[in-house]
Design a protein around this ligand. Structure first.
Ligand SMILES: C[S@@+](CC[C@H](N)C(=O)[O-])C[C@H]1O[C@@H](n2cnc3c(N)ncnc32)[C@H](O)[C@@H]1O
Length: 250
């Protein structure tokens, strides 16, 4: 692991966890260039048929999501991807694991439209989409309902004043721990040195996750079932870290 640079917000000497309460707003982009006619019609017509209903979850009063109903009884095991971008990783996992029901959350409309095109072209039927903040879905998921949660290249927010926006933070980790089954897996990929240190630190403070690494190869080499995303391919740092954590038994 790289050393934590001095005088950054991630210097653990400032605070045992380096943690400040998270910001609950979403700070990323929701819209990019205008959509093609085809993508707009997929947003209008296909998305409503595969979207995840989350009533009032942002007020903390969400009704629990009925996963069996959402996947029409065709899946018994469920995975979640937070911030799927254009959806390459989610689509790859869905095609390789047709018996799993996958939920993807992404507030960036153009990313959602890109994934919808792929779903339509490839006739993928085991993906459901929430086109907004994954925190709403996490709150509305039943306890111990997911076998895997993926957080692939989250926005690093490397500046000190933005550290509160990082998705890895104690309240979000509490929710991820709550929705994972015992023995379930939480995967985090990042190419950013500050986010790498931040993730390692935040996760090391928890007793509900166990790091599945016995040596550097376990976090430096991409597992065979972890495809490269467009973001990773363009990543400036070149080297990604592949964190895998097991949800400890309750
Ligand atoms: C750096 S991009 C990586 C995208 C993709 N995972 C990849 O590797 O290509 C981070 C993504 O996370 C999304 N994101 C940020 N905050 C989120 C949140 N609270 N819920 C869901 N997605 C979020 C952003 O919209 C963005 O698409």
């Amino acid at each position: 692991m790289t050393d934590i640079p001095e005088n950054t917000p991630d210097d653990p000497s400032e605070d045992p966890s380096g943690f400040q309460p998270p910001e609950l707003r979403f700070f990323g982009r929701r819209k990019g260039p205008s959509l093609s006619d085809r993508k707009q019609s997929l947003i209008d017509d296909l998305l409503p048929t595969i979207s995840v209903p989350v009533d009032g979850a942002d007020s903390g009063e969400g009704r629990a999501i009925d996963l069996d109903g959402l996947f029409k009884g065709k899946a018994q095991r469920y995975w979640l991807e937070i911030g799927f971008g254009k959806g390459e990783h989610l689509a790859w996992q869905a095609q390789k694991n047709p018996d799993i029901g996958l939920i993807g959350c992404e507030p960036y409309l153009n990313g959602v439209a890109g994934l919808l095109s792929f779903i339509d072209d490839e006739a993928i039927n085991n993906i459901r989409i929430y086109g907004d903040d994954a925190r709403h879905v996490l709150k509305a998921l039943p306890d111990a309902s997911l076998e895997r949660v993926f957080l692939i290249h989250p926005d690093p927010w490397p500046k000190r004043r933005h550290a509160r926006r990082r998705f890895i933070n104690p309240p979000n980790l509490d929710q991820i721990a709550r929705v994972l089954t015992d023995g379930g897996e939480f995967r985090v990929g990042t190419d950013h040195p500050i986010y790498r240190e931040w993730t390692a630190l935040q996760m090391s403070l928890r007793d509900d996750f166990v790091w599945l690494a016995e040596g550097p190869a376990d976090w430096q080499a991409r597992p065979d079932d972890w495809p490269e995303t467009r973001y990773e391919a363009k990543a400036l740092e070149g080297k990604a870290t592949y964190f895998r954590y097991r949800r400890a038994a309750r």
